[in-house]
Design a protein around this ligand. Structure first.
Ligand code: GUN
Length: 281
C-alpha cells in the first residue's frame, strides 16, 4: 500500500512555486500578492490564516492579513474588497470562512473580482470550472487531484466515487475528475447503498465529514482512496475513512493528518501565482 505523503508533496509543490515566484520577479519586477481577510477570533480560522501567511512568505509572495472584529459591519468588508479589487499589487483575495451570522457569505464571495478569487468560490469560477474553461479551482479538491495524478497519471475511463456534495469539496472534485475523463458518481447522505457504490470505485474521494465512514470492505482491491475528512472525536482527529481497515485493501491512501491538509495551503499559493500570471497577459 502506498501511503500518500501530503506533507512531502506539498513541500515539493512549494519549492516549485518558490522558483516560479523568483522567475516572475525577475521578469515583471514584482511578485504576486495574497490578501487574506480574517473576521472574528475563532481559533481554527486564526491557525489556518497564520499558516497561510507563513507559507505565502516562504515562497516569496507578498502577503497581507486584514483583521476585523466579530462586530464589523458587512458594508465595511464589502468596501475593503472593492478597494482590494482595484489594487494592482493584490493578485489574490481570500475571505476566511466561516463568517459571523450578520454577514452574508454569498454577497462577500460575489464581491471578490473573479480574477482574484483564489478560493474558486465565485459563481463565475464555479461556472467556468463546470464548463471546462480556465478558472480558479478550490484549493482542497485541487490538492486531492494533484495527489491522485501523482499515483495515476492517466485517469481516463476510471470509475471515481465522490462521497459528499459540498460546494467546497464534492462538487468541484467531481468536475476535476470529469475533466480527466473519469466516470464519476457523486454520493451523499441520502444515497441508498453507499457501500455498493464505493465498491465500484477505482478512486474514492471521501469529503463528507463523518468519522471513519468508509470501511475496509467498502473498498475494491487496488483503489486509490483520498480522505478529506478532519473530524474531532474522543480518540483524537480522524478522517472520513477507517484508516487501519482501508489500508489493508487500497492501493494508495492519504493519512489524516498529513495527507490532503498540507496540499490545500500549497494550492492556495499556486492559485495566487496563477491569478497573477493571468493578470500579466
Ligand atoms: N475555511 C475553511 N476552509 C476554507 C477555505 O478553503 N477557504 C476559505 N476562504 N475559508 C475556509
Amino acid at each position: 500500500m502506498i501511503l500518500i505523503n501530503g506533507k512531502k508533496a506539498a513541500a515539493e509543490l512549494r519549492a516549485e512555486l518558490k522558483e516560479e515566484v523568483a522567475e516572475l520577479k525577475s521578469k515583471h519586477n514584482k511578485v504576486p500578492g495574497l490578501t487574506v481577510i480574517l473576521i472574528g477570533d475563532l481559533t481554527p480560522s486564526q491557525i489556518y490564516v497564520r499558516n497561510k501567511e507563513k507559507s505565502a512568505n516562504e515562497v516569496g509572495l507578498k502577503s497581507e492579513v486584514i483583521k476585523y472584529p466579530d462586530s464589523v459591519e458587512e458594508k465595511t468588508v464589502l468596501e475593503k474588497i472593492q478597494e482590494l479589487n482595484s489594487d494592482e499589487t493584490v493578485s489574490g483575495i481570500l475571505v476566511q470562512l466561516p463568517l459571523p451570522k450578520h454577514i452574508d457569505k454569498q454577497k462577500v464571495i460575489e464581491a471578490i473580482d473573479p480574477s482574484k478569487d483564489v478560493d474558486g468560490f465565485h459563481p463565475m469560477n464555479v461556472g467556468n470550472l463546470s464548463s471546462g474553461y480556465e478558472s480558479s479551482i478550490p484549493c482542497t479538491p485541487l490538492g486531492c487531484y494533484l495527489l491522485i495524478k501523482k499515483i495515476e497519471p492517466n485517469l481516463s475511463g476510471k470509475k471515481a466515487v465522490v462521497v459528499g456534495r459540498s460546494n467546497l469539496n464534492g462538487k468541484p472534485m467531481t468536475q476535476l475528475l470529469l475533466k480527466e475523463n473519469c466516470t464519476v458518481t457523486i454520493t451523499h447522505s441520502k444515497t441508498k447503498d453507499l457501500k455498493a457504490e464505493c465498491l465500484e470505485a477505482d478512486i474514492i474521494v471521501a469529503a463528507v465529514g463523518i468519522p471513519e465512514l468508509v470501511r475496509g470492505d467498502w473498498v475494491k482491491k487496488d483503489a486509490i482512496v483520498i480522505d478529506v475528512g478532519i473530524n474531532k472525536t474522543d480518540n483524537g482527529i480522524v478522517g472520513d475513512v477507517h484508516f487501519d481497515e482501508v489500508s489493508k485493501n487500497a492501493k494508495a491512501l492519504t493519512p489524516v493528518p498529513g495527507g490532503v491538509g498540507p496540499m490545500t495551503i500549497a494550492c492556495l499559493l499556486k492559485n495566487t501565482i496563477d491569478c497573477f500570471k493571468r493578470s500579466q497577459i
